[in-house]
Design a protein around this ligand. Sequence first.
Ligand code: HEM
Ligand code: HEM
Length: 464
Amino acid sequence: MPAMPTTDRPRFSAALAFLVAGGVWFLVAGLYGLAGAVHLMAPEFFNNIPWLVFGRTRPVHVNTMLFGFVAGSLMGAALHYVPALLRAKLWSPRLAWVSFWLWQAAVLSGPVTFAFGITQAREYTEYIWPVDVCVVLAVGTLIVNLLMTLARRGESGLYVSVWYVVGAMLWTAALYPIGNIMWRPQTGAVPGILDSIILWFYGHNVVGLLLTPLALAAVYFIVPRITKTPLYSHTLSLIGFFSLAAIYSHIGGHHILQAPIPNWLRTLSVVDSVAMIVPVTVVLVNVWMTARGRLGMLWNDPAGRFILVGTFWYLITCVQGPLQSLPSVQKVTHFTNWTIGHAHIAVLGFAGFIAIGALWHVVPNLTGRRIYSRRLISLQFGLAMFGLVGFFLVLTAAGLVQGQAWQRGETVYRALPSIAPYMILRAMLGVSILASAAVGLYNLLMTVHRGEPIENTLAQEVQA
Ligand code: HEM
Ligand code: HEM
């Protein structure tokens, strides 16, 4: 079973800083999401205040959630457990701080630059060139730190979580400059349809080869620890890792099936989207078989509950994903809120829930303090679940209403009134997710400052 490092006197590490910042970004990005939802409900509400118009709040919401909250928190947790799995100290805590500040500078640039309309205006690659440089340097420094830690490890076997974390960083180091067309700083784009193909190769892989491996790494680390059982199968874990890389990496074309992309790319994207059933099944079988007969232990653990439910959201996401990759389905669902529903169950339900679970699992070790309030974690969970289930139902329904309207040849303008009630419900449900973020951040800050110190003997129990 993966072990935890012994912390003599926990200090405020870069790992903890990533997690605290992740909690702050969850709240900030949630506020921008709510602003966007209010705009879609009542377009005149903000009376055209430039920095609150939808075209500006949306990219802030999306980038800050993806890079600030989800990826940032998962990287913070990884900075803690990867050295533990390698039975080594992190090579350079100082370099980890450099990565931290570069990453946070990039995330902070979103609300600042997008508010003034300074953006590359391509979805998921809105950050401007100097910010891209920060991201690449942050990832590069993390890679150096991880590889040097690997080189000095005391453990010969490489547990699958290490594969996923290092893989995620290496893939992102390659993908980010390509997706952001960094060799063309003025535009961050190339002309024509090629731009869409490259963009969606990258956009798809931000979730597929950054968020997914980081989230799965945390699941593989935490589930055996909470259930106190060894991993069901190391062979399956590696099959899951390599099949993700082999199948998920090149199917971004399923985002632009309606565009004039080459037929071979369209076919490849659809066929391999369906083939995603392989890595997803392999991972879920492995994780659930590990927890077999001990699901109660996961459910009753504050971190474990987020992780367990995150794996169920992964299943739902990855049943819906291949389905909506089929051209006959996408003819109805594309360009509608159906996709927005998928995005939320994927990024919040799967990767986000696992990020929150990972946070609560590692924070006692990082701080040497007990969690301030387990009841507040239950409240955080309930609020997030309520909001997310609601989002999924409301956005899927709205998407189907829109899809039917497109099929009948309605114009966007005439279809809008029919989705107005769904937009009102979505904004209301957003308040629940926002409250969840606020409760979580409060509990985290209280844990860091006021959490009851874990006595030595007890600390060892927690770490065992
Ligand atoms: C506070 C509650 C939230 C509200 C009110 C909200 C609202 C919104 C809105 C209005 C959009 C734009 C939809 C459109 O273009 O029509 C959006 C997009 C998005 N949101 Fe949220 N959101 C919330 C929470 C979250 C969370 C917690 C995450 C992830 C952790 C998230 C991830 C995303 C993503 C990835 C998109 C892009 C979806 C796409 O382009 O398909 N949101 N959200
Ligand atoms: C079996 C795996 C999956 C498949 C086959 C799949 C398929 C798809 C497809 C076809 C779309 C585009 C729908 C459209 O535009 O009409 C989409 C959108 C999206 N997916 Fe997935 N998905 C999968 C898993 C995931 C996972 C694990 C995540 C997150 C960690 C994710 C996050 C997203 C997001 C954020 C979007 C919205 C992109 C946008 O338009 O802005 N998906 N997915």
